[in-house]
Design a protein around this ligand. Sequence first.
Ligand code: DX5
Ligand code: ZN
Length: 214
Amino acid sequence: MKVSPSLLSADFGNLDRDVEMLNRSSADMIHLDVMDGVFVPNISFGFPVIEAVAKKAKKPLDVHLMIVNPQNYISQVRDCGAAIMNVHQEACVHLHRTVEAIRKEGMKAAVTLNPATPVCLLEDIIADLDMVLLMSVNPGFGGQKFIGNTVAKIRRLRDLIDRCGSHAEIEVDGGVNAETAPLLAEAGADILVAGSYVFNAEDPLGAISCLKAV
Ligand code: DX5
Ligand code: ZN
């Protein structure tokens, strides 16, 4: 299993230390949650913080934009060092154009679905995506309870990907821990995002290894 620890639950007063820890860990990438207080009812951090993380990080940056009009920031996201740009389906009126523009800037294009957004809405774009991020909580906060129907949703997405011959990977975000991870793996997830499970653990390196081993 690939693992993308979410810095949202890191200690922002010791960000260098936490990024160093991730560099030493078995994590495959680093997940960064940008929130604007409009698309989601919370505000996190923006480009200067991502840039600072990029300077220290030795893993690809997986940037999750929980913002309105993400299409206005594509070159800025690339310039601050992102390898993967996740935009919400619900935030993009012209999703195809946005996905094309992300790939043109040399990043992997990922589309995120809120818990209430059905997988079938991706049918006509799945072949152009590098990744689909399924939210297993309502976006905006770390430490929320996992929404159980995500497991069936992963299966539906896996079917769609196979049927359309897409190479998209399935990433799951929210409430991932040692109990929920095996269910997600079994259903067909490729990448797990985990914030509080990793950073609230006494042994964050061990928590990452535990998810990797699923
Ligand atoms: C929530 C964010 C998540 C968050 C997950 O809106 O997208 O990436 O960090 O936190 P946990 O793993 O604590 O549910
Ligand atoms: Zn996220």
